[in-house]
Design a protein around this ligand. Sequence first.
Ligand SMILES: [Zn+2]
Length: 277
Amino acid sequence: MKVIVSHDVDHLTFWEHSKDLIIPKFFIRNAIECLHRHIQFSETLKRSGVIFSNRWHRLPELMGFDIEKKIPSTFFFGVNNGCNLAYSLRNAETWIRYAIEKGFDVGVHGIGYQNFEEIQKEFTTFKSISGKSQFGIRMHYLRQNDETINHLSSTGYLFDSTVRSTSNTILPYKAGEMWEFPLHIMDGDIIEFGKRYGNKSLKEAQALTTALIDKIFEKQTEYLTILFHDRYFDDSFSIWRDWYIWVVEYLKSSEFEFIGYPQAVKELNNRNSTLSR
Ligand SMILES: [Zn+2]
């Protein structure tokens, strides 16, 4: 089994959310976590620092870590606004170029999931900004309907990793010419386990994760997919950050190889062409 890591970039600045409900929800969530003693008051204060710093991403920090650990991760960026993704195309462009310069794979964090024209527009916008001809996508909040995956495939995406893994959906599969990689492990599913605020300690999160990895390993998938949101790679979200550092170390110590989505697509395509000869 090989491991594929990706990062959804949901925010770039704090004040890009001045017109939606993300800011009040953020403070409510922090207050609940503090009252439940999930985090210390000092951590709540650290989180509030964003009001002044206005930086709501941890892209350089996370990229630094991934480079150090030789993790060929993919960063998914939004090139459209909607459903609480509110950064400007100009800011997206700056960070897409930064990620490419650092040697990372980049893809689309999709907003339009219901409308074929909107899906095509995001594809074209990303293509011109990134200068890439082949790239993948993950929908923001994993949103999809019955047509989404077909639309992504007809648009020309190389791969998608929006479909949430279930006991029947674990292995990668082809949707037209596109590869679909079901998403196995997401940071929030573990740490916020069934709620909208953090409620698992690092130890509990580790136990849940190792159980999940064992379950997926048993199904003999060649690729395990993990999503970690960049903005949690910070002191003010210490359980989240420590969980990510731990899961990378844990998988490395179990001698699993880390691979990027594009490389996995190549492997799968090579195998398919060998089989069809
Ligand atoms: Zn998202």
